[in-house]
Design a protein around this ligand. Structure first.
Ligand SMILES: Nc1ncnc2c1ncn2[C@@H]1O[C@H](COP(=O)(O)OP(=O)(O)OP(=O)(O)O)[C@@H](O)[C@H]1O
Ligand SMILES: O=C(O)C1=C[C@@H](O)[C@@H](O)[C@H](O)C1
Ligand SMILES: [Mg+2]
Length: 225
């Protein structure tokens, strides 16, 4: 029986974070929680002992595959799935592009913040976030106390191609700056990369792999007892 969950922080005493190995931690069905060697030195944060299974949050740039991977990962884990953009659409009662056109990005970000805060209490859930969810700096410490955060990355060319090919891009991903969406992509990504890095417990380089392969790679990281 599980008694307590632990969360490890990868990183050096300097504060510079590194991806760490959570392979040795039985995060799911954890009868026996052990810490990787490096983590012993760098701090352990006890998580809520009543929580049954730690939820997983996916962050990353637009069109990197958070929704696609998140849905499949949830299925593989037997977890619930939720998507913050979907919840925002439900609350707004319209497409993201219409919300932004009518009320502007601040209205979208306000709803996004509410939805993110609502996700903090979710158990046994995979949460796919929107590309800008990391902008809500004050919410992430709460999220990180209870959930594992995976940052999905892929080469710029791969993501740009998906962004252009995705028929949902127009309604899901209106321009953030007034520039062409593909043009602004690289600059926005550069600005946000430190934020993704800062919240991430683990970085998943999706490269141009198919989604089943990415899910199976993530499943291998999560060790079952
Ligand atoms: N591994 C993959 N291989 C090929 N196509 C993919 C892969 N992952 C996602 N896609 C495609 O890329 C597009 C964007 O994927 P998805 O909507 O999952 O991205 P996202 O990260 O959730 O984007 P957003 O930040 O806007 O929510 C979709 O058309 C999806 O089918
Ligand atoms: O990168 C962003 O800021 C966004 C990404 C999408 O997932 C949506 O959340 C919305 O279009 C904003
Ligand atoms: Mg998405």
């Amino acid at each position: 029986m599980a008694c307590c969950q632990v969360r490890t922080y990868g990183g050096e005493p300097t504060g510079r974070r590194q991806p760490f190995s959570i392979d040795t931690i039985r995060l799911l069905g954890y009868r026996d929680v052990r810490l990787g060697r490096m983590n012993l030195n760098y701090g352990v944060n006890e998580m809520n002992c009543n929580q049954t299974k730690p939820s997983i949050v996916l962050v990353g740039a637009r069109a990197v595959g958070k929704t696609t991977i998140g849905r499949k990962l949830a299925e593989s884990l037997g977890f619930a799935f939720c998507d913050t953009d979907e919840l925002i659409r439900e609350r707004a009662g319209c497409a993201i592009a219409d919300l932004v056109a009518e009320q502007g990005w601040p209205a979208f970000r306000a709803l996004e913040r509410e939805v993110l805060v609502g996700c903090v209490e979710r158990e046994s859930t995979v949460v796919a976030t929107g590309g800008g969810a990391v902008l809500h700096l004050d919410v992430w410490p709460q999220i990180k106390r209870r959930m594992l955060v995976f940052w999905l990355t892929a080469p710029l060319a791969v993501v740009r191609a998906r962004l252009e090919a995705d028929p949902h891009s127009a309604s899901l991903r209106p321009s953030l700056t007034g520039e062409d969406v593909v043009q602004e992509y690289e600059r926005v990504l550069r600005q946000r990369e430190p934020l993704y890095r800062d919240v991430a417990d683990r970085i998943i380089d999706c490269d141009a792999l198919d989604s089943d392969r990415i899910v199976s790679d993530i499943m291998k990281i999560l060790v079952f007892s």
